[in-house]
Write a new protein. Structure first.
Lengths: 395, 171
């Protein structure tokens, strides 16, 4: 079974996916309005300490979605990391932290955030409409600022890649989710205390029944998530390691070599003779000397064996970033990159021809061989000379 | 139906409801919730209509026009939904009315100016932070992204840092 999500926005059903996105938006807008987030006073109250609705709703939503996705991942219904890689941005830590501070300044000034200002505008609030206009103009201004080289450098600084709390802490995601659920309940109790102190003459009604039910559900689901770790498929990273095929690996080596670290696990002599460009030789004994558990997790680790590796070796498991196995091992790489590829088959689609051309280029670069000529030479064009790679690669 | 404009959902239940909407977005779309991304696309679409050459010469603006119409994106459809959902909820709760929400001591123009200035700050900040309270704090936070949690901390930090100076506008 393919784990969810459905990826409703991908492929030929994209139009339906856009309709789905609109319905999700309707639910989002409706809930925000009913929570009171179309009303500036309710939002700014968080910062004046008079009411803690923002904290309760936001932290409650984060904890609910977190324990929900962890439980669904634990029973094998969804792939949490795949969703996270698609739906969240990589952690450029400096621009995210400084940008967050600036958004916070803007929030308390306008008393809306970009999403709630849209709800306020929809309910007729002119100050909400002014904030919407400000956000539109501000985000274009922000993009203009990126023309300044120093600003653009700052915007790309502190790149940790897709890094998650469970990678950073080295514990299963379910443990983080349980901890967050418990911290959320504690924060709710603390927030109610603050409301009693600063709320003034109008203590806010806080009906006990739904409150207790929500607290118990969050903590209970968090515990269920941890229990799913005991299920046989509860640790997908080790039972079904992710694989990458030779073409995808070659593309990553060409496009973004700084985001991938390749370890060749074959014997030293075999690795020294021929390996994937940029690969480090790490024969069986040498792997644990690399202390992968302490290595910076920003690069994806790709492990290369002679053939298909059955599982991630024990010494690579503590690595906090993503670990991929080269599908088919070095044999597959040899077949893909070092055996002369033929011309694209007649009637190949554009994608197939592009893939074949890429393969020819990699083959030419690694072996110094000329690419096979295209089936029908283009009239009038000068012959394309492939240069041997002058350095960097090891072949 | 009795409509009480001052009656809201219990915040804990609203939080769970918002979390379930977010979880649905994860499972069905493989995406989260967001707002500032759509605002940016609207801004670029306007720029494209007014000054297409300038958009072509600015890499950060060109990024969303190269793939086609900047408005042809899921997050813009999500934003349309937010407008519709917010309108329906405001209408059915009796909170739909043309007005300026403000404290007792601030003029209408002053409040609009503050709302506009805050929006500008949030637009700039969200561009660098790759998202706002929904895109980073909610979505990234629920997915345990390290950057999103850093965002959340500094976001509240920024709010409290300035709260003392804006409190007079509301009291």
């Amino acid at each position: 079974m393919t784990p969810l999500p459905f990826w409703s926005l991908m492929g030929e059903h994209r139009e339906i996916g856009l309709v789905v996105a609109m319905f999700v938006g309707v639910a989002f807008g409706f809930v925000l309005e009913r929570a009171g987030f179309g009303r500036a006073q309710k939002l700014v109250g968080q910062f004046l300490l008079t009411e803690m609705t923002v904290l309760k709703v936001m932290f409650g939503a984060v904890a609910t979605a977190m324990v929900g996705s962890v439980v669904l991942d634990g029973v094998g219904l969804v792939d949490l990391r795949a969703i996270a890689d698609s739906a969240s941005s990589p952690s450029w830590i400096w621009p995210l932290a400084i940008g967050g501070f600036v958004v916070g300044l803007g929030f308390v000034t306008s008393a809306y955030c970009p999403g709630t200002s849209v709800v306020a505008m929809a309910s007729g609030k002119l100050d909400g409409a002014a904030t919407v206009l400000g956000v539109v103009v501000g985000s274009v201004l922000g993009a203009e600022l990126l023309r300044i080289p120093a600003v653009a450098r700052f915007n790309e600084s502190g790149d940790l890649g897709h890094l998650y709390l469970y990678d950073l802490l080295g514990v299963p995601a379910a443990v983080v989710a349980l901890a967050v659920a418990l911290v959320a309940v504690a924060a709710f109790l603390g927030a109610e205390r603050l409301e009693r102190i600063f709320g003034g003459e109008t203590p806010l009604p806080s009906p006990a029944r739904p409150r207790r039910a929500v607290f118990a559900t969050l903590a209970g689901l968090g515990a269920v998530g941890v229990v799913t770790l005991a299920l046989p498929h509860g640790t997908p990273a080790y039972s079904a390691p992710a694989r990458i095929d030779p073409e995808a690996l070659a593309r990553r080596v060409v496009d973004a070599p700084w985001k991938v670290r390749i370890l060749d696990l074959r014997a030293q002599e075999a690795c020294a003779a021929a390996r994937v460009p940029g690969a480090e030789c790490a024969p069986a004994g040498a792997l644990k000397d690399l202390d992968l558990g302490y290595a910076a997790p920003s690069r994806d680790l790709v492990l290369v064996g002679e053939g298909d590796l059955a599982e991630v070796p024990a010494a690579a498991r503590p690595y906090r970033g993503r670990v991929l196995l080269l599908a088919g091992g070095f044999q597959a790489w040899r077949e893909w990159a070092l055996v002369p590829p033929g011309p694209p088959p007649p009637g190949a689609s554009a994608a197939e021809s592009a893939s074949q051309r890429f393969r020819q280029a990699v083959h030419a670069a690694l072996t110094g061989a000329r690419a096979a000529p295209p089936p029908v030479p283009a009239a009038g064009g000068a012959p394309v000379r492939k240069r041997k790679a002058s350095g960097g690669g090891c072949g | 139906v009795n409509r009480d404009p001052n009656k809201f959902w219990n915040p804990y239940l609203a939080g769970v409801a918002l979390g379930l909407v977010l979880l649905t977005a994860f499972v069905v779309m493989g995406k989260g919730l967001g707002a500032s991304g759509a605002s940016f696309r609207v801004g670029v679409a306007v720029m494209e209509a007014v000054a297409p050459d300038h958009v072509g010469a600015t890499p950060a603006l060109r990024g969303v026009t190269e793939a086609g119409n900047p408005l042809d994106d899921w997050i813009v459809f999500l934003l349309l939904g937010v407008l519709l959902g917010g309108f329906v909820a405001a209408y059915t709760s009796g909170r739909l009315s043309l007005e300026v929400l403000r404290g007792p001591r601030i003029s209408r123009a002053g409040r609009i100016a503050m709302a506009l200035a805050g929006g500008l700050l949030m637009g700039i900040g969200a561009k660098f932070a790759r998202g706002c309270a929904s895109g980073q704090a909610l979505t990234g936070g629920a997915l345990m992204s390290v950057g999103a949690w850093a965002f959340m901390m500094t976001f509240f930090g920024g709010g409290y840092a300035l709260a003392y100076f804006v409190r007079r506008a509301w009291r």
